[in-house]
Structures are given as structure tokens and as C-alpha cells.
Ligand binder design. Structure first.
Ligand code: DP6
Length: 356
């Protein structure tokens, strides 16, 4: 990581690239100030990422955030409003957001209309920039464990899943008895507890539909409050975390795959039995799932699926079987994707990178 943050004429300019992540045990349901009702764990991704540049400009006397926001070079009033609101909510951590003009430009590595959620990478990148500027101002800019720990807390306040994006390989978020140092307030890195075969895992993201989802994750979390299965679900998530962590440690692919797939289907089942109920899967999501199960049964190869809160299917498999599984994906699954769109991603070992 370079240490070449620009500090010219009292202007501080920083830039960070933060990856997205895909949860295996899902965070679904929250309480209080962005705290999770159960612990979750995710793979950090390599290609799906957000790059954010932030400049701390002149002082002003407005005493509320004053942001000049562009997304991929274009002004975006809706995003700007959301960022200003978020900054106001975290001004206790960063008083400078109330007193200095901020110029922010963000861009995503994945296509805008791909249906890939950008809140994890977007809020992760924003949090890293804010912590970096704060450290520059306080003359303590060292990018150590404490820096990423604080970034995870800030990222969580922006979007729960973003807390996990500031660490490479895998991260868990939420208190769990079998994870030392785990907390509802921040994620902890898991790379050291995970078998090397998971460090090179593939995640091919099948774009089934690029449409924006009809119910946001935030609304989905809140619907868990009235879900009659909520208590059983939170208990189940804790137990699945324990089993998944053990399989990640030993490299037991069968258990890894079973828990991962059960979690994806549970997430969507919870949406279907919310009040009001809703369905985010599309017919082709189900077809893809069935084909993956069938191919696995016939070939004996370790290929598994998971889904986010949307119709797109993530196909997970070890690097060792890339050729055979890719052949299957191209011939059987690609025709079921929107315009044949697939984003070929992999686990990100390095985590976020400092750009300037
Ligand atoms: C299904 O982190 O997007 O992807 O905290 O309201 O911003 P907010 O929600 P968000 O929810 C992500 C839900 C999920 C599962 C997960 O990533 O763990």
C-alpha cells in the first residue's frame, strides 16, 4: 500500500478501492443502530469493487455536511443527499464533515445495470476514505489493524454488509461464541482460520435480471421484525455459523456447500413468508439452481450456489475444477442469463487498496 496521500495547501485528498462481498451465512434482520440480529460471514470479491476519491476542501460555517458528489464523473443529486444524511449521522466520529467542504467521486468496477448491489463496496470505500482523512488530520496515518477495525465500524453504520468488505478473503460480522473478538459493531477478518482452498475460490455471478429489486434490503431487514419465524431463524443462523466455520477450517466442501445453499434458500423463504410477502427470484434463478444441483449429482464436482437479496445467482467452486465447471456454466447456465451476462469473480486475498 502506498503512503502518498496528497496534502497540498491544507487540502487532503485520499482514494480507496473497496471490494464487494458475498455472504454465505446471511445477515437478515437488524436492530438498534445498524446491529445484526445474527452473525454472518462472507467471501470478499476481487472484481466487483467501488473506487472512491475524497477531497477535504475549505472550511465553511454551515454546520452540516456540504458535499459535492459525482458518480462516475456525473452529478447525482439522489446519492449526494443520501451521503450528506449519512455523514450528518456519523459527525460524532468525524467533526470535519460538518465544517469542511467534501468533494467525492465514486465509480464501480461492475456495470451500473448489472443488478449487483453496490452498498457494501460503496459504503466500505466511503468509510476507508473518511478514516484516512481523519488520520491525516490527526497525524496518525498508519494503515494497520486498528485502521481497518475503525473503518469496519463506520462502514457498518452506512450499510451492515459493508462492515465485512474492508477485509480480504473472508470476514464475519456479529457476536458469535466460537469467534474470538467477534462483535455486533464491526467485522473481523477470517483469512487465518480458513483452509487455503477457499482463498482461491471462484464466484461466477450469473446476471439473471439487471433490474433494480422491488424491495430494498433495508426494507427486507425491517420486515423480519414481524416475521413469525424470526426467532427460529436467528437461532439457526448461529448454529449454521458454527458448522460453516468448522468446514471452512478443515476444508470440508460438502458441509460448506450444504450450509451455503441452505442459507440462500432460507433468505428467500424468509422474504416469501414476510408480511407483505415478496419474491425476488425469477424463473431462471430456479432453473439455474436446479441445473447446478443436477450437474453436481451427475459429475460429483463441488459446485454450489448462493443468492443475494435479488435474482442473480453466484456460482461458487474451487479453483482446481475451473475448466470443467466453466464448461458447464457456459453451455448450460449462460443461456439462462440476461443477455448471457456473467461476471467472473474470485475471492480477494488482499482486501481494499489505497489509491492515493
Ligand atoms: C442479503 O447490508 O444491504 O446481502 O444494513 O440495510 O444496508 P443494510 O442492508 P445490507 O443487507 C445485506 C443483506 C444480504 C445478506 C448479507 O450480505 O449478509
Amino acid at each position: 500500500m502506498s503512503n502518498s496521500t496528497e496534502v497540498k495547501n491544507n487540502i487532503i485528498k485520499v482514494g480507496w478501492e473497496c471490494p464487494s462481498n458475498i455472504a454465505l451465512v446471511k445477515y437478515w434482520g437488524k436492530y438498534g443502530r445498524q446491529l445484526p440480529c445474527n452473525s454472518s460471514i462472507s467471501f470478499t470479491l476481487s472484481h466487483a469493487a467501488t473506487r472512491t476519491f475524497m477531497t477535504l476542501g475549505d472550511e465553511h460555517s454551515q454546520h452540516s455536511p456540504k458535499v459535492n458528489f459525482t458518480f462516475e464523473g456525473n452529478e447525482n443529486a439522489a446519492f449526494q443527499g443520501r451521503i450528506e444524511k449519512f455523514l450528518a449521522s456519523i459527525s460524532e466520529y468525524f467533526p470535519f464533515v460538518l465544517t469542511h467542504q467534501l468533494t467525492i467521486d465514486s465509480s464501480n468496477s461492475f456495470p451500473h445495470s448489472s443488478g449487483i448491489a453496490s452498498s457494501a463496496s460503496g459504503m466500505g470505500a466511503l468509510a476507508l476514505c473518511l478514516c484516512d482523512i481523519d488520520d491525516q488530520l490527526n497525524k496518525r496515518a498508519v494503515y494497520n489493524d486498528d485502521f481497518y477495525h475503525r473503518s469496519s465500524i463506520i462502514a457498518r453504520l452506512g450499510s451492515g454488509s459493508a462492515s465485512r468488505s474492508v477485509f480480504g478473503v473472508m470476514a464475519t460480522w456479529g457476536k458469535h461464541q466460537s469467534i474470538i473478538g467477534s462483535s455486533d459493531e464491526y467485522a473481523v477478518p477470517m483469512a487465518a482460520s480458513v483452509h487455503p482452498k477457499f482463498h482461491t475460490f471462484h464466484d461466477d455471478i450469473l446476471i439473471i435480471s439487471p433490474k433494480e429489486k422491488s424491495v430494498s434490503s433495508s426494507a427486507g431487514h425491517h420486515l423480519m421484525e414481524g416475521n413469525p419465524y424470526a426467532a427460529a431463524r436467528y437461532k439457526q443462523a448461529g448454529e449454521r455459523m458454527r458448522q460453516l466455520l468448522s468446514s471452512l477450517h478443515t476444508g470440508d466442501l460438502d458441509t460448506f456447500g450444504k450450509i451455503t445453499e441452505d442459507e440462500a434458500l432460507t433468505l428467500h423463504a424468509l422474504m416469501m413468508c414476510s408480511d407483505p410477502s415478496y419474491i425476488l427470484m425469477e424463473p431462471n434463478s430456479l432453473l439455474v439452481i436446479k441445473k447446478i444441483k443436477q450437474f453436481r449429482a451427475e459429475s460429483g464436482l463441488p459446485v454450489y450456489f448462493t443468492l443475494d437479496a435479488g435474482p442473480n445467482v453466484h456460482v461458487l467452486y474451487p479453483d482446481q475444477y475451473e475448466v470443467e465447471i466453466n464448461h458447464f456454466i457456459i453451455s448450460e447456465l449462460k443461456p439462462l442469463c440476461h443477455e448471457g451476462k456473467i461476471i467472473r469473480d474470485k475471492v480477494n486475498i488482499q482486501g481494499p487498496s489505497k489509491l492515493i
